[in-house]
Design a protein. Structure first.
Length: 302
């Protein structure tokens, strides 16, 4: 929908801005044999890989897909294995498509910029682009070519050859960048076309379904927040003797040292029985302990 397009556009714009700042402040080609390729590919690939992982991590569908998959209850809720596998594949494709926006933008922008590719590939340019004595040794030729990205390291007689090599490499890099963009755009367009062709819903019905899913999720989140707040309020009331925000509180409960210790510390989700869990130490305490202890009247002097 429109929200997905807007979100992807924002991600792409932020990635472009981040790439420009990253290149300006950090990238400096070593201009040394064997190091150029590693350095250039690292700056080209590692940020893209990090952005891909972050894209997966920030997508709620990723955690919806993986959370609780080892639970013994999971098998009971997935009777149709084939349909379940198809659904997982569909969700994975959707998650991957969203996660690829930032890394592909990074790769396309860096290739169009050309600096990374020039650094990585300068020492591998063919001999007929070299422009100097072809009788020098191969190791010496690679050493000189590796220095081409750094103009201050190139002898004056090789300035013309260096300019030709840099232009060639920038041409190759920019063509690769635009080809990447073209392939991605065509792939996305064909994917949407295929998805629409195999959709069981008509165009207007699909729009209605998308709107319903969006509204249902918003309402569910609101109900989750209110329900959990009301549920937690019962446990807080039992521990302190009043509800936060209440007016005309007549008395408050003074928890004992043992009770403070019981609700303090670290705790994992604890299974109580086949249907219920304890969500916290306070939750566990409230379900086990009876209401007793010391109470203090709020209208009396302490």
């Amino acid at each position: 929908g429109k929200e997905v397009i807007i979100a992807n556009a924002i991600i792409a714009i932020l990635t472009i801005g981040g790439q420009q700042l990253f290149s300006f402040f950090t990238f400096s080609c070593p201009c040394h044999v064997g190091q150029n390729l590693i350095y250039g590919l690292a700056f080209l690939g590692v940020p893209a890989l990090i952005l891909l992982v972050v894209g997966y991590a920030l997508n709620n569908q990723t955690w919806r897909l993986v959370t609780g998959k080892r639970s013994p209850l999971q098998k009971e809720t997935t009777p149709n294995r084939l349909l379940h596998c198809k659904l997982i594949c569909f969700v994975l494709c959707s998650i991957t498509g969203r996660a690829l926006v930032a890394p592909i933008t990074w790769l396309a922008v860096t290739l169009i910029n050309g600096s990374y590719y020039v650094c990585a590939m300068s020492e591998y340019v063919s001999i007929h682009y070299y422009g100097v004595d072809p009788n020098v040794t191969a190791s010496e030729r690679r050493r000189i070519l590796a220095a081409f990205p750094c103009s201050q390291l190139v002898p004056p007689e090789l300035t013309r050859a260096r300019d030709e090599v840099i232009l060639l490499l920038r041409y190759q890099s920019q063509v690769a960048g635009w080809l990447l963009i073209a392939v991605v755009v065509i792939t996305v367009f064909l994917s949407y076309c295929l998805a629409s062709c195999f959709s069981p819903l008509s165009f207007l019905h699909f729009r209605y379904w998308s709107s319903y899913v969006h509204n249902e999720q918003e309402l569910f989140d609101e109900a989750t927040d209110q329900h959990s707040r009301l549920y937690a309020m019962q446990h807080v009331r039992k521990f302190f003797g009043f509800v936060p925000g209440s007016e005309n509180v007549k008395e408050i409960r003074i928890p004992s040292l043992r009770e403070w210790q019981a609700i303090s510390g670290l705790a994992f989700l604890k299974r109580v029985d086949e249907e219920h869990y304890d969500y916290s130490l306070l939750h566990d305490w409230a379900l086990k302990e009876s209401v007793n202890g010391k109470f203090l009247k709020t209208d009396e002097d302490p």
